[in-house]
Design a protein around this ligand. Structure first.
Ligand SMILES: [Zn+2]
Length: 667
């Protein structure tokens, strides 16, 4: 079923005409250029607070009135931003409490962006006020189609207000009981018993930073503070403009906020996509990016998402900013659509003349005209996107899920022990995602709290921490016929990083998997063990569990060290399903080969019957098939039947060749 806010792909991006307010001819030229570039949308007013409220209580909306009218007259749809991501100087000067206090305990001075306290009642009030005025003024404006809340929420504040809010949060979390908190944080260790709530402060380098349960609690508190700040921001918008959908732009795998929880507060999930193509053109970056697209699509309940930012050429924030080769941005944009995006948007439409981001890529460069390589590429892509209205709103159908859980990423980062040099949680998740991606199999990326029942196969790499209810969820899934794969350090602790007693994994998972883990070995850089699986030897690196099979079938064993012949891969049939334990980390082909066996065994189907060479990926969305070449050489694909090329309407069959950065869209 189609679930979409728009009936076409949104093509546009961040537009900052307030920077050109004294040159109205530039605004007119922008309209001409947007039409040439097949741009149908603009995201405006993201950092416009000081233009909208130049002095406290003194407002200037006239420029925005004119701009929205102009965009509407030119057929452009507007995504209107709220300006809380950066504040006017007067506000910070008059109310210093709105400025953020860093982990050092020192309050920041005015400057940069994202520099605000998440708790400050004054800042929350000021944000609510400006948002109310925006909503009242533009609630009936025909150009305004969506709200873009703030920008790239991130960071944390350690001010007194936030410390007090943290203590209040802890009281709720631990039933107002210091005994319970002391127990779950195991505060008898190093004599850390807390006898009054006021003794608790945020984790700090020069203070308490060795209590992993406390650090987890702080992560949760900060994440919930962002969500509560967001809810405060949108309250007037929900009231005044209930029919205008709301989004905010997330940042890749940023772990300062639990995006899986935040997403539930949005009408549509958006993210800013900046693949590091300049590190070398390869399909690994494409796989990493595909994983993130799939994660955001899944967070939004499988509905289409927006790629709210991307660069039409280079960025300015890498150490060295290499120009991407021609065609790369177009391919990258098509990949987003193939994975469920209903938009291709840029940061930014026009380069600033001054300021920090003046050398960040833009559709319109400082030269100011359309005769540039980048403009021609954007314009070409825009003309392609106009042909793709059939995919708008279409979902992807996945029978495989990889659990990549934000809260587990925190737990994995905080505990001390085993291999402290190598945690790489999300990297491990991507490693287990990759074999399915390469085979053109759609994968959802879920949290441990999501519903597993719709999947034939669920893979949970490095699922060290288990939130309440997860043990039951896994047990019930397997018992009812699901196939669940997990790896090393599985189910060691509960949500407070509190070890399960009686052997790992915790509770009845030992029965579900038919194993118990007695010890865990860590391998220094360069040291390897190996595992024999299906007659082939695979490397064991960095970390491995020493497990005992308790009724499970041993499918692979260690080949060296005192634990030679110990089980390393087990399969346990439990109820109607199967539970696999892969006890080690591997950096070569094991994960691929093991997953390919699961694909065969459980009859997991690729999106299409078309076979492609390595480096070429195939995705199906609705009835539309995207074949994309991310390799650095030309590739040949054999089609299984006759298709129509969506872009030119021509029939295609047999062998087709894709150039470097080439793609074809078929129906
Ligand atoms: Zn604060």
């Amino acid at each position: 079923m189609k679930k979409s806010i728009f009936d076409h792909i949104i093509h546009g991006g961040d537009y900052n005409p307030d920077q050109w307010i004294n040159t109205p001819e530039i605004w007119d030229e922008d309209m001409r250029l947007m039409n040439l570039a097949h741009v149908n949308s603009a995201t405006v007013s993201i950092f416009s607070w000081s233009m909208l409220e130049p002095q406290e209580g003194v407002y200037n909306f006239e420029w925005l009135d004119k701009l929205l009218d102009k965009l509407h007259e030119n057929g452009k749809e507007v995504i209107l931003a709220t300006p809380s991501g950066a504040r006017p100087t007067w506000l910070a000067q008059k109310y210093p409490e709105v400025l953020r206090v860093e982990e050092t305990g020192i309050r920041n001075e005015y400057g940069v962006r994202h520099n605000h306290c998440l708790t400050s009642p004054i800042y929350r009030e000021k944000v609510r006020n400006i948002n109310t005025l925006l909503a009242q003024r533009y609630k009936d404006h025909p150009a305004v189609k969506m709200w873009h809340i703030s920008n790239e929420y991130c960071g944390e504040c350690h001010c007194d207000l936030c410390q007090e809010a943290f203590r209040e949060w802890l009281k709720k979390e631990y039933n107002n009981s210091l005994d319970e908190l002391n127990y779950k944080w195991w505060n008898g260790f190093w004599s850390h018993q807390i006898t009054d709530w006021s003794q608790i402060n945020s984790p700090k380098f020069r203070g308490e930073n060795h209590v992993s349960a406390m650090k987890l609690a702080w992560n949760r508190f900060v994440s919930e503070s962002h969500i509560s700040f967001f809810e405060n921001e949108i309250a007037p918008l929900r009231e005044i403009t209930p029919d205008i959908p709301i989004t905010t732009n997330f940042m890749k795998l940023y772990d300062g906020i639990d995006y899986q929880k935040f997403a539930k507060h949005l009408d549509l999930v958006s993210w800013d996509n900046y693949p590091a193509w300049d590190r070398g053109f390869n399909d690994t970056e494409a796989c990493d990016t595909a994983f993130v697209h799939d994660a955001f699509r899944t967070m939004g309940g499988g509905k289409p998402f927006f790629m709210m930012e991307s660069t039409p050429s280079l960025v300015n924030w890498h150490n060295v900013n290499k120009l991407p080769r021609p065609g790369r941005q177009e391919l990258s944009s098509i990949q987003a659509v193939a994975h469920g995006a209903d938009s291709v948007q840029y940061f930014q439409w026009r380069k600033s003349r001054g300021g920090h981001e003046k050398y960040h890529g833009a559709v319109v460069d400082h030269c100011g005209h359309e005769n540039t390589r980048v403009f021609r590429e954007v314009s070409h892509l825009g003309s392609v996107l106009e042909k793709l209205s059939n995919v708008v709103g279409e979902e992807c159908n996945s029978k495989v899920a990889v659990i990549a859980d934000w809260e587990n990423s925190w737990a994995v980062k905080h505990f001390c022990g085993f291999n402290n040099d190598h945690r790489d949680y999300f990297k491990e998740c991507i490693k287990w995602y990759a074999p399915f991606y390469k085979k053109g199999i759609s994968v959802d990326v879920i949290s441990m709290e999501d519903d597993y029942s719709k999947y034939d196969l669920v893979i949970a790499p490095f699922l060290y921490m288990l939130k309440d209810g997860t043990i039951d969820r896994i047990e019930s899934y397997v018992k009812n016929g699901g196939n669940f794969v997990t790896t090393y350090l599985f189910g060691f602790v509960d949500k407070d990083d509190f070890c399960y007693l009686g052997g790992f994994p915790g509770g009845k998972l030992k029965d579900v998997f038919g194993v118990w883990c007695e010890e865990t070995d860590s391998l220094p850089e360069g040291m390897k063990n190996s595992v024999k699986y299906n007659g082939k030897d695979y490397d064991v690196v960095k970390i491995c569990d020493l497990i005992h099979a308790k009724g499970s079938e041993v499918q692979g064993t260690y080949q060296k060290d005192f634990y030679k012949d110990y089980p390393a891969i087990t399969k346990n049939t439990y109820g109607k399903g199967n539970a696999y334990y892969v006890a080690f980390r591997n950096d070569d082909n094991f994960t691929d080969d093991f997953c390919y066996d699961l694909i065969d065994k459980y009859g997991i189907k690729a999106d299409t019957e078309i076979k492609a060479e390595d480096g070429v990926t195939i995705r199906k969305r609705g009835d539309t098939i995207f074949i994309m070449n991310f390799a650095d050489t030309e590739k040949t694909i054999m089609l299984d039947k006759e298709y129509t090329n969506v872009v030119d309407g021509v029939s295609v069959k047999g062998e087709i060749t894709l150039t470097v950065c080439g793609y074809i869209i078929l129906e």
